[in-house]
Design a binder for this molecule. Structure first.
Ligand code: NIG
Ligand code: FE
Length: 412
């Protein structure tokens, strides 16, 4: 099967060599080819170039992309897309004046989602999640990380991760599973955090590892949730099972989570709405990707990650949706890119790099995803007719997508 896309107005994020991360100043550079073609064979990008070199190329299927932009699909490296029901009531309560923390203290928040999830069958959970995954693929996501963390019991965490495994099998996009073992302290452990950490360390992590249900380990390292010592214990236990850390840090408070993540060679440290001066040097000379989640800031009305400070210090940055029922009920990556530009002052070039190649890095797949490069997976977005790529974040409320191609096939 071969597919040729011709007359592409702008082919975005074209990389001759297979770069796997872009950092600092280089994030401002988004390589583009105007009036281009792209040739796909089976699930792989095999060639691209200017239209004048396209004459002799034949393919079984041809798509004319006149007036349209082609770019790699979004790489959404942080989601909690498997969850039961919704938390609309808490949304209304927050408008009425309660804070996210207050709602959580009164049994809402993560515990609310956990109760819903525990009472939902695996099939029903799968159906709800599959619907969300279908929607985000239509919005251009071609690779996605999905966390557990709304189970809070061994059995319910396994249920969530089995659902993620089914999604991985049934959908053509790349799915990367994460065990978010310590997300909140379950009701039954309220006065006994130590026993819950013991459960995570001695039972949950080994059970998940035995079924190969996760590649990454996550902890909500935050005041009122899990402190540095708890986090370290979980990361230490996970290390023995070769689960790589991708952790929630600095959402409301900065108290050393970034340095801890770096110490454990975390693939990413995510949120970072609060940044302490020592967090930047901790990230420099590390392999850890800082990840900002601007829609969480938008929805909760909390500060945006000081992305400029990170990039201007020479660091890389990825942006992701954080799709979840409590703090970000949306997996719209175009809106993530727009928010990064509008609220975090990223240039469109930086934001697109952050949502493609660096997002792929934060899932350990940037050798295969996140740019238009010969030999890489043929996951691309063809936009509607738009003036240029800067129009994607500019007209933030529009759906710019005409066609999504996953593994070389049009996704319907
Ligand atoms: O990334 N902060 C921790 N976890 C999620 C939200 C959890 C929830 O409210 O359900 C987040 O924002
Ligand atoms: Fe999250």
């Amino acid at each position: 099967m071969s597919l040729l896309i011709i007359n592409i107005k702008e082919l975005i994020q074209v990389r001759k060599t297979n770069v796997t991360i872009v950092t600092g100043e280089d994030m401002k550079v988004l390589p583009i080819l105007k009036n281009a073609y792209l040739l796909i064979e089976h699930d792989t990008i095999v060639e691209y170039g200017p239209m004048e070199d396209c004459d002799d190329i034949e393919a079984e299927e041809v798509i004319d992309a006149s007036g349209k932009i082609v770019l790699p699909t979004w790489c959404d490296s942080h989601t909690h897309l498997v969850y039961a029901g919704d938390r609309v009531q808490e949304f209304v309560d927050r408008i009425d004046g309660l804070s996210y923390e207050e709602i959580a203290k009164h049994g809402g928040g993560i515990l609310n989602s956990a109760e819903k999830l525990q009472n939902t069958s695996e099939d029903e959970l799968y159906n709800q999640a599959a619907k969300r995954l279908t929607e985000v693929i239509k919005m251009g996501t071609g690779a996605i990380e999905i966390k557990s963390g709304y189970g809070l019991t061994v059995e319910a965490e396994l249920k969530m991760l089995r659902v993620i495994k089914r999604l991985k099998k049934d959908f053509p996009v790349k799915v990367k599973p994460t065990l978010l073992a310590a997300h909140a302290l379950p009701k039954t452990f309220q006065k006994n955090k130590k026993s819950f950490i013991d459960l995570v360390v001695n039972t949950m992590i080994p059970a998940v590892a035995a079924e190969h249900l996760a590649e990454y380990i996550d902890v909500f390292c935050e005041k009122g949730y899990f402190d540095l010592k708890d986090t370290e214990q979980v990361l230490e236990a996970a290390k023995a099972h070769r689960l790589i850390p991708k952790i929630h840090v600095n959402q409301f408070n900065a108290f050393g989570g970034v340095a801890l993540g770096v110490k454990y060679n975390a693939l990413s440290v995510d949120h970072l709405e609060e940044l302490a001066p020592e967090d930047i040097p901790a990230l420099q000379n590390s392999n850890t990707m800082p990840v900002a989640l601007p829609l969480c800031s938008f929805f909760l009305g909390i500060p945006y990650t000081p992305a400029r400070s990170l990039i201007d210090a020479g660091l890389p940055l990825a942006i992701a949706s954080d799709y979840n029922p409590g703090s970000t009920p949306s997996g719209n990556m175009n809106f993530v890119v727009a928010s990064a530009c509008i609220k975090m002052k990223l240039t469109p070039e930086e934001a697109i790099n952050a949502a493609t190649i660096n997002g792929a890095y934060a899932m350990g797949i940037s050798n295969q995803y996140g740019s238009i490069c010969r030999g890489k997976k043929a996951n691309v977005i063809i936009t509607k007719e738009i003036p240029n790529y800067q129009f994607l974040p500019y007209a933030f409320g529009d759906n710019h997508i005409d066609t999504v191609i996953i593994n070389g096939q049009v996704y319907n």
